[in-house]
Write a protein that binds this ligand. Structure first.
Ligand code: UD1
Ligand code: UDP
Length: 359
């Protein structure tokens, strides 16, 4: 029997990781046509995830790459619309909150194709973030809204979105359940970088609010350079672009290229603490029970803030120095199951199947 066609739209690093487990369920039930917008295109930001996580090769790569917000979304919209008109899927699946998510959902809704939004209902309540605009817009035009947490369900309810909302858990937790033991077996990153368990910090920075002011970025980096242990810093290309010729480590900061997912899991799991402005990395720190410091004024992942597991370090690295000195892992309590039971992808696939059959 011919399988029903759905289209999955991805484009940025975290979306490949989110799609990894769901795509393996989708391909059993559906003809899942994958569109890669090309938003991320460096080998280490894209190809490495497809090969390492065995994500089916996208049928289309639109090669849109980087530009201003409007131009990037506009070009994606034009490219995705053409593919959707040709493929005529029964459903479009989008992930998270990037410009690829927004463009995918807009193209679908204009063609009256139902949308499933994975990681629906997240809010930072900070409209200056492009991601917040993307999340709110996509949630309001989606038909199936798959929420990772209770807070996400509540956020949607507060915006009067109640139909098609499902609390399923987090697909990033599924990915950890699926790949952690493989990472422990296969990754050589710790020995390659001569890192001892709990003997280093892990740092990631890529948000516009931390990168666009070069002086602030240099100030943050100069501070980390002076920490008491090595600070492993896989640099996102956005950040690399800003500091290209204007920062050199003289101390403990170890700058590296972005690493693969399996290497990242190992770096995260064995770090003394993680310092980040990434959404995904905050969650992974929590799931792997590693204390996290978030270089932002707010977070969508509010559950992680309980019991000192994750602390917001607002615009000042001085606050970090204070909290790092007081870091006592034994006082931090990580609750289990706040991101579900590692079966979010399976649940999502079953709900999609039911919903398409009922339509
Ligand atoms: C995007 C998402 C952000 C997400 C992040 C994940 C939006 C608005 N932002 O931010 O929500 O947290 O991805 O990593 O969608 N670049 C390269 N090579 C690449 C990719 C990017 O050199 O493979 C450089 C380009 O110079 C570009 C800059 O990085 O100008 C930013 O890339 P872009 O995709 O626009 O935004 P991100 O900061 O990656
Ligand atoms: N990640 C990775 N290699 C790196 C940095 C991050 O594999 O060098 C993974 C990380 O483990 C998480 C995801 O990328 O699963 C987070 O992506 P990112 O921080 O780019 O975006 P965000 O989650 O903030 O949207």
């Amino acid at each position: 029997m011919k399988k029903i066609k759905v289209v999955t739209i991805v484009g940025a690093r975290p979306q490949f990781i989110k799609a990894a487990t769901l795509s393996s369920y989708l391909k059993r039930e559906f003809n899942d046509v994958i569109i890669h917008t090309g938003q991320h295109y460096d080998k280490g930001m894209s190809d490495v995830f497809f090969s390492q996580l065995k994500i089916p090769k996208p049928k289309y790569n639109l090669g849109i790459r980087s530009s201003s917000q409007g131009e990037q979304v506009g070009k994606m919209l034009i490219g995705i619309e053409k593919v959707l008109m040709k493929e005529k899927p029964r459903l479009v699946i989008v992930y998270g909150d990037t410009n690829s998510t927004l463009a995918g959902a807009l193209a679908a809704v204009k063609l009256h194709i139902p949308i499933a939004h994975i990681e629906a209902g997240l809010r930072s309540f900070n409209r200056s973030m492009p991601e917040e605009i993307n999340r709110v817009s996509v949630d309001h035009i989606s038909d199936l809204l798959f929420c990772p947490t209770r807070t996400a369900v509540l956020n949607l309810k507060n915006e009067n979105i109640k139909k098609g909302v499902y609390l399923v858990g987090d697909v990033m937790y599924d990915s950890i359940c699926c790949y952690l033991s493989k990472a422990q077996d296969k990754s050589k990153i710790l020995s390659k970088m001569k890192l001892a368990r709990r003997g280093y910090y892990l740092l990631t920075i890529h948000r516009a609010e931390n990168t666009s002011d070069l002086n602030r970025l240099k100030e943050i980096l100069a501070y980390f350079d002076k920490l008491d242990l090595p600070v492993i810093f896989p640099i996102h290309p956005r950040t690399r672009k800003f500091i290209a010729n204007s920062f050199k480590s003289r101390g403990n900061l170890v700058l590296t290229l972005p690493v693969s997912y399996l290497d990242m899991l190992m770096l995260e799991q064995n770090a003394r603490a993680i310092i980040t402005d990434s959404g995904g990395v905050q969650k992974e720190a929590y799931i792997l029970k590693v204390p996290c410091f978030t270089l932002r004024n707010e977070t969508e992942w509010v559950e992680t803030l309980k019991y000192g597991c994750n602390r917001l370090i607002k615009n000042d690295a001085g606050g970090l120095s204070f909290t790092l000195r007081r870091l006592d892992r034994d006082l931090i309590r990580f609750k289990s199951n706040i991101y579900g039971r590692g079966n979010a992808a399976e649940k999502i696939c079953a709900i999609i199947k039911r919903s398409i059959s009922a339509a």
